[in-house]
Design a protein around this ligand. Structure first.
Ligand SMILES: *Cc1c(COP(=O)(O)O)cnc(C)c1O
Length: 389
């Protein structure tokens, strides 16, 4: 027997997540799973066919080039120009990764020294905390609070210390649905320049903005040299299982991230890279229709949750709605979510799991995903009506 803890101390507190527990509960009770954020229909048929073609024609079946196949790097560069007016050299300023998840991990492992402080918007996507810890760095939260979930920029200024190395931003923001405004991003950029900080931006919901606009932070003055911009095909094209993501940024930053990335996966998803290259070149109508489809689903679920008695914070973007269960006489989102499948056959996720340093701020909040078929959302809303009594 090995008589010491197997998991190293850096991963303390990063055991299995509540997602596993909730998904198991969904299977056992036959509940509708609005917990995890994956679509229940696949993306465009022509994109699937492109993947099949690549497999059959033997494109990407062996190790693709380390930075990604040239077709995909060119398509990412074209996408950044077409949607954001940004120019990136496909050879030196674009890197393909195993989803945004690897891009985040490689960026943090490449750019952080042990003891560095990282300021991140809390609540946050669970891989951030684990990767900051694996890099030996320290997390400093900038908490987004109900009802508006805007970042307090004075609080950000106060949170910056001589040890602060990096800001980790996510907009559109999972789980609150906040989309940072151009004015907020301008102030954040000003602070980053003033304090000479690096910034990593997670923009996987860039095409799912219902109110406002998505502004890549890297487009603002002074940010090009200090920003690692991350996105992914998973959410935009409804192929979350393909795990094709990317980094765009200045050549020195992309080179640093590539150095870490080459020892994580080296490469991945060969044939899917060719398919995503075609997906990124889909006409504007695809992106507009996708957003409008999700907007209608947001409204359907938001209205249903309001009728069922939740306080609903209508998101400006993403796949998710954050609610508060206090009006239902509940105080604790974790207990509420554990009981919900038995009570009315729906699974949701407590926002508490996205809070690490400020648990009180999310205690009574619960997140629902609306990236599901309309009939599934209608069924869920009917079931949730039981809560209104
Ligand atoms: C889904 C999600 C990711 C993961 O993206 P992959 O491309 O599947 O790795 C990263 N960040 C946020 C905020 C997400 O919601």
């Amino acid at each position: 027997m090995i008589d010491r803890p197997l998991l190293n101390r850096r991963l303390d507190g990063h055991g299995t997540t509540i997602f596993a527990e909730m998904s198991a509960l969904a299977v056992r009770t036959g509940a509708i799973n609005l917990g995890q954020g994956f679509p229940d229909t696949d993306g465009p048929e022509e994109v699937r066919e492109a993947a099949v073609r690549a497999l059959r024609e033997g494109r990407g079946n062996q190790y693709p080039p380390g930075p990604g196949v040239p077709e995909l790097r060119a398509a990412i560069s074209d996408h950044q120009r077409r949607f954001h007016g940004l120019t990136f050299d496909p050879d030196t300023e674009v890197l393909v990764t195993a989803g945004a998840t690897e891009a985040i991990a490689a960026s943090l492992l490449a750019l952080l020294e042990p003891g560095d402080e990282v300021i991140a918007l809390e609540p946050f996507y669970d891989s951030y905390a684990a990767c900051i810890d694996m890099a030996g760095a320290r997390r400093v939260p900038l908490t987004l609070r109900a009802p508006h979930f805007r970042p307090d920029l004075d609080e950000l200024r106060d949170a910056i210390s001589p040890r602060t190395r990096l800001l980790l931003l996510n907009s559109p923001h999972n789980p609150t649905g906040t989309v940072l405004t151009r004015a907020e991003l301008g102030e954040i950029a000003g602070l980053a320049v003033e304090h000479n900080l690096l910034v990593v931006t997670d923009e996987v919901y860039e095409h799912l903005v219902f109110d406002g606009e998505h502004v890549p932070l890297i487009s603002l003055p002074g940010m090009r040299e200090r920003t690692v911009s991350i996105s992914s095909a998973g959410k935009t094209f409804s192929f979350t299982g393909w795990k094709v993501g990317w980094v765009t940024g200045s050549a020195p930053l992309v080179s640093a991230v590539r150095t870490a990335k080459q020892y994580l996966t080296y490469v991945s998803a060969g044939p899917f890279q060719y398919a995503v290259a075609e997906a990124l070149a889909l006409p504007d109508a695809y992106f507009t229709d996708f957003r409008e489809d999700l907007r209608a689903k947001r409204d359907l679920l938001a209205d249903g949750l309001t009728e069922a008695g939740f306080e609903v914070y209508r998101p400006q973007g993403t796949y998710f709605i954050t609610t508060d269960v206090a009006p239902l006489g509940e105080k604790d989102g974790v207990a509420f979510c554990r009981a919900l499948p038995e009570r009315c056959g729906v699974v949701a996720v407590p926002n508490a799991v996205f809070h690490y340093d400020t648990p009180d701020a999310g205690r009574s909040q619960v997140r629902f995903a609306f990236c599901k078929r309309v009939e599934v959302l209608r069924d869920a809303v009917n079931r949730l009506r039981a809560l209104a009594g």
